[in-house]
Ligand binder design. Structure first.
Ligand SMILES: [Zn+2]
Length: 290
């Protein structure tokens, strides 16, 4: 009885000291399922327009300052209207931490992108829930990229439409030098979560995230092999931002669920989203201390 009271008191003290909610993987999975329920979500589709309204509404509910970053992408088939969604949770230091992911899905018949497009969306929405009302030093931005996917074959100019646009924009409006770190998440919901070591990412940020994962007991989810991935962190790396891509690029037997109609919510696990959320929640104060 006595020890139970003690534990309870301690838990309450910890929660109030941090002033923050713990990231919930279960809720992140619910947000992911909600995003997927809109159907196939290529840029400028009716479904992505409904999802945009949903994301913006959810972010505003949680007190974020929301910017609709609209632009026209030069796609191979012609111009496509796209929109990044940027949520800001302000701090006081003048420095910024960015957590990003894409919310569009690749144009493939019957492809709903539960992991690829859905998991990053659900993750970021739950991150907004966890950030809401928490005291912080640095500005924390959550960025939902549009147009990550290529139309057909991936090339440097046919992919990463949203992140290329925002890296250019932030390169001219004075934002880039404020960014201490940009951490991009992509395909982080697989039940069998193995995040690749990314040699194209900023080594210091990668080491910080991997060390934090080790400390929290998640070493088995953070691998020590991988390669270079083309993802939304790249346009920022190219402009000198310390950016990291957190991606599990082994999805189903021989990656069979990737970019196929088999990429559905039943392949995902809230526990995987929990691992990434818990680690990044611990990484934010580490970055703030730098
Ligand atoms: Zn994809």
């Amino acid at each position: 009885m006595h020890s139970k009271t003690f534990v309870l008191t301690l838990a309450v003290l910890c929660a109030s000291a941090a002033g923050a909610k713990d990231f919930s993987g279960a809720r992140a999975l619910e947000f992911t399922a909600k995003a997927v329920s809109f159907g196939e979500r290529p840029p400028d589709s009716p479904a992505i327009h409904r999802l945009q309204a949903y994301i913006i509404g959810q972010l505003k509910l949680r007190g974020a300052t929301v910017t609709e970053d609209k632009f026209t992408a030069a796609a191979p088939q012609g111009p496509v209207p796209m929109m990044n969604i940027i949520a800001k949770f302000p701090g006081t230091s003048g420095k910024a931490i960015v957590i990003s992911g894409h919310y569009d899905t690749k144009t493939i018949p019957k492809f709903v992108g539960a992991n690829d497009g859905g998991s990053s969306t659900g993750f970021l929405l739950e991150m907004a829930e966890a950030l809401q009302g928490a005291p912080r030093k640095d500005d924390v931005y959550l960025v939902f990229f549009d147009g990550e996917e290529a139309y057909g074959e991936w090339t440097d100019t046919n992919s990463l439409y949203g992140s290329r646009h925002l890296a250019d924009k932030w390169g001219t409006d004075g934002m880039l030098p404020k960014i201490k770190a940009l951490i991009n998440v992509d395909m982080i919901g697989d039940k069998d979560l193995g995040l690749a070591w990314n040699s194209g990412s900023a080594a210091s940020i990668q080491q910080l995230v991997w060390n934090t994962a080790d400390r929290l007991g998640f070493s088995h989810n953070f691998l020590h092999d991988g390669g270079v991935t083309g993802d939304d962190h790249v346009p920022f790396i190219q402009k000198g931002v310390k950016a990291l891509d957190l991606i599990d690029f082994d999805y189903g037997p021989n990656n069979a669920y990737w970019h196929t109609p088999q990429d559905t919510v039943d392949k995902l696990s809230g526990q995987s989203l929990q691992v990434v959320g818990t680690v990044l929640q611990a990484v934010i104060p580490e970055l703030e201390a730098q």
